[in-house]
Design a protein around this ligand. Structure first.
Ligand SMILES: [Zn+2]
Ligand SMILES: [Zn+2]
Length: 92
């Protein structure tokens, strides 16, 4: 029982950290940082900075071994693989 609960909260934590559940149109009015090149918006200045450093205009370098998913960020691929292809119990 206890272990199961923990898994759920871990899943919550992961998806929230990856911003998977966050949808721009649902967001309350907050200060947003917009990329001048591609108009992507970020809530955190740091996220925009990272985007401009590593994402913007770059080719996706990391591809999922399980499906055609590709991403520019290693952490995104990790999150994708964990949430899409591996049930959480295999993490433990
Ligand atoms: Zn951009
Ligand atoms: Zn995949």
């Amino acid at each position: 029982m206890k272990a199961r609960r923990r898994k759920y909260s871990l899943r919550e934590g992961i998806s929230r950290r990856l911003g998977v559940r966050w949808v721009a149109s649902d967001a309350p009015e907050v200060e947003m940082y917009t990329c001048a090149k591609c108009s992507k918006t970020y809530r955190l200045q740091n996220s925009l900075y990272k985007h401009q450093q590593f994402d913007c205009g770059k080719e996706p370098r990391f591809s999922c071994p399980h499906c055609p998913f590709k991403t520019k960020r290693k952490e995104n691929l990790r999150g994708h693989v964990l949430t899409r292809h591996f049930p959480l119990q295999e993490l433990m």
